[in-house]
Write a protein that binds this ligand. Structure first.
Ligand code: MOS
Length: 747
């Protein structure tokens, strides 16, 4: 249960995080922190080769080590019933998820080959070092560039080639840009490591505390693997320490914990090491993108070609919408996109904030900057010249679009008029100064959710939904919407969420949770108001006595923890008094809110963002210092400016990492990661992050949902890497087309 932290005699700011105190004082309980009696510890041992077979495993020494209860390998692993049917040799290679400990096959470096279980964490870490394996190596393919010949079209229809107008029209244009942009594998680096506690009760009842973005998805995945009744599986994820897409699937380590817990008949905890986070929970795919842009002499786009190659694993096909941004961001008659995957012997990739579009916008928005330079016009002017007034892909009107406002407010705040069109000409002391910008967009989605609301005779409101919060502040958003709707102080609202058994909420992802669950909260509160009005119209109520025989919700004001007559606010009652007057039990409503319907299909619904960067580059050392970031968003109405700004800041930080630091390096001789640790894989730290200003258009979208909000999480990052790269060009005149832009590339 998440209760507001402020004592009830203080007026809470409804924008404050309701779980803030629990998080900063350590009382928020994350997956690995739950207590279970007789708990044991598991640790996974990984393969040291990238491809081949296990010839033999010697686990004797580990089994005899102090405190060890069991060692599970493919040789002795109890059968996972779902594995027998899922693995299908008749299927092409595209959908064969790793079946942990199922056979001797090795698909990627550090793939788990053994689970060691012991009575303490220290003993299990020691015993895990005693496992010895012999392998039969096969030829591995782990480098994108070396394996471009293996590129293939994805099997799903969504990734089909796209064309409107003439193909490759840019080639005939008066002015053309034709460039290739590359980016390496980026890994998930949330503070919370992948963690799970699994506890069986008898043969077919299971409770897990695990890191997931969707407790019901996890419940479903466990049911499919272990073939036990869905209702016998309880999944808890009340607190998640950052996930950003990595917890949108159930990973083999979670299955391993469930297998192990059953084997030893005790609750079992697995916490991945930081090194294992680099190898076993996916990544943003590495990508190579070719962009062709053609325009007239005065900057009107005549052709866009966007072709992308991105890696997937050899056993599963992971695809994302890398090229789709080029279909809809600018008004251009001739657009074609192509997308291919390159299978590599690595862990299957996974969604990462701004999935697809963060990659695509890096290439498109860099190329737009190159075009602006070739035309000698301001990059913002080029974008305004090609602004899409309707969605050029679907020809549908936008549900709302305030991108021009984003350009304007961002330019003003960063001081865009200080920017020189000629790169390398602005200096502060010995540092070169550059300004850059990039645009982001992402679909605004809404799908269904069920929320239960209970208004008690003590005037407190309880909201229940199984949705869980990977960090953005979902409970706070729910609290705020309910508090605003019913005129309650935030500290009167309690949110119960993040576990199965509650009314069905969606998985958190795709920037949609506020639209999904927030709408359901809004709707359930609207229904609650009708029930409150019914009570107000009952005999004996102060409202009825005030000559209102038929009190309706529209006649009432909902404020100050109660209700009053709109035409005579002196006639009022607190919720508590109203319920007590009527001897009413708690008012309870469970409401299902549906996702997008036919009305929404008449519009193209997207969020938009612009990112502005001012940075300094040292000409002698190539060091880049980001000096100021301004991120602007058109995300409809902003429900909570505080948590929304936090989202935007986090996304900007992620974009700075993508642009300047993050890069997985694989030693291609062995197919092995060589920088799977935070000493060698750099993420932005405090000293890398400047002042980040966040600006919102904050205008209601009439169609997306009852509040008029649009998604925010993804657009906070989409366009950011291009903004940094464009600013580096503006500072130095050097166009770096391979991320990350490290100092060696600038000297
Ligand atoms: Mo998000 S990348 O949908 O967690």
């Amino acid at each position: 249960m998440i209760e507001n932290f402020l004592p009830s005699n203080q007026k809470a700011d409804p924008n404050d995080r309701v779980d803030g105190r629990a998080k900063v004082t350590g009382t928020a309980t994350y997956a690995a922190e739950h207590k279970a009696e007789n708990i044991v510890f598991g640790f996974l041992v990984g393969s040291t080769i990238a491809k081949g077979r296990i010839k033999s495993i010697d686990s004797k020494n580990a089994e005899h080590a102090p405190g060890v209860l069991a060692v599970i390998t493919y040789l002795n692993c109890p059968k996972v019933p779902g594995y027998q049917t899922v693995k299908d040799p008749s299927k092409p290679t595209v959908n064969q998820p790793l079946h942990i400990f199922h056979d001797s096959e090795i698909l990627y470096y550090d793939q788990p080959i053994a689970l060691v279980i012991a009575d303490t964490y220290e003993r299990v870490r020691h015993a895990a070092t005693l496992i010895r394996a012999q392998y039969e190596k096969a030829e591995h393919h782990t480098g994108m560039e070396e394996n471009m010949s293996r590129a293939r079209r994805p099997s799903d229809n969504e990734s089909n080639d796209y064309k409107r107008g003439e193909e490759d029209a840019y080639k005939k244009a008066a002015i053309k840009i034709e460039q290739t942009y590359s980016q390496p594998i980026e890994v998930h680096s949330p503070i919370e490591l992948g963690s799970i506690i699994a506890q069986w009760e008898g043969e077919d009842k299971l409770t897990v505390y695990t890191k997931t973005q969707g407790v019901q998805d996890t419940q479903q995945a466990i049911m499919e693997a272990f073939k036990i009744p869905l209702q016998n599986i309880t999944v808890h994820a009340e607190f998640v320490g950052g996930a950003f897409g990595m917890a949108l699937r159930t990973w083999p380590y979670e299955i391993a914990a469930i297998i192990g817990a059953k084997k030893v008949g005790r609750p079992l905890k697995i916490v991945l090491s930081r090194e294992q986070m680099f190898t076993n929970v996916g990544s943003r795919p590495t990508a190579l993108q070719k962009i062709g842009l053609g325009s007239t002499h005065d900057g009107k786009l005549t052709g866009i070609t966007h072709e992308a190659f991105a890696h997937t694993s050899s056993n599963e096909e992971f695809t994302e919408a890398i090229v789709n941004i080029s279909r809809c961001l600018y008004a251009c008659p001739n657009v074609n996109t192509r997308y291919k995957v390159v299978p590599l012997d690595v862990c299957t990739p996974i969604w990462m904030r701004g999935p697809g579009e963060a990659t695509g916008s890096y290439a498109l928005e860099s190329a737009m900057d190159e075009l602006a330079h070739a035309l000698s016009i301001d990059p913002i002017e080029l974008r305004l010249l090609n602004h899409a007034d309707v969605d050029p892909e679907s020809n549908l009107p936008w549900s709302s679009k305030y991108l021009k406002e984003c350009y304007q407010m961002g330019a003003e705040k960063i001081g865009w008029n200080q920017r020189r069109q000629q790169p390398g000409t602005l200096k502060e002391d010995e540092w070169l100064v550059g300004y850059g910008m990039g645009t982001g967009t992402f679909g605004a989605f809404r799908w269904g959710a069920i929320v239960k609301a209970r208004l008690s005779p003590d005037g407190n409101l309880l909201l229940q939904c199984s949705v869980n919060d990977m960090g953005p502040g979902t409970a706070t958003m729910m609290t705020k919407i309910a508090a605003d709707s019913l005129g309650l102080q935030a500290n009167k609202v309690t949110v119960d969420m993040g576990r199965t058994g509650l009314p069905a909420g969606p998985t958190q992802g795709g920037s949609a949770t506020t639209s999904n669950v927030g709408s359901a909260v809004y709707d359930v509160c609207s229904d609650l108001k009708i029930k409150i009005a019914e009570l107000a119209g009952k005999d004996g109520s102060v409202f009825k006595n005030a000559n209102n025989n038929n009190v309706k919700a529209e006649d009432l004001l909902f404020a100050d923890g109660g209700v009053s007559l709109a035409k005579d606010p002196s006639v009022k009652a607190s919720y508590s008094d109203l319920l007590k007057q009527n001897n009413s039990p708690a008012l309870e409503i469970t409401k299902e809110s549906k996702g997008d319907g036919p009305e929404q299909k008449k519009y193209s619904m997207r969020s938009f963002s612009t990112h502005f960067v001012k940075l300094l580059v040292h000409p002698a050392t190539g060091v880049v210092r980001v000096n100021h970031v301004v991120s602007c968003a058109d995300a409809g109405i902003i429900i909570n400016p505080k948590t929304a700004a936090s989202q935007m800041i986090g996304g900007a930080v992620g974009g700075i990492g993508m642009a300047l630091m993050e890069e997985i390096v694989i030693d291609q001789r062995f197919g092995k990661l060589i920088n799977n640790n935070f000493a060698d894989y750099h993420v932005p730290v405090n000293a890398d992050i400047p002042n980040i200003d966040v600006l919102f258009v904050n205008k209601k979208d009439p169609y997306t949902n009852p509040m008029g909000s649009k998604g925010l999480g993804e657009i906070s990052l989409i366009g950011m890497a291009a903004a940094v790269a464009n600013a580096v060009f503006n500072a130095t005149g050097k166009r770096i087309r391979s991320l990350p832009i490290t100092p060696d590339k600038l000297i």
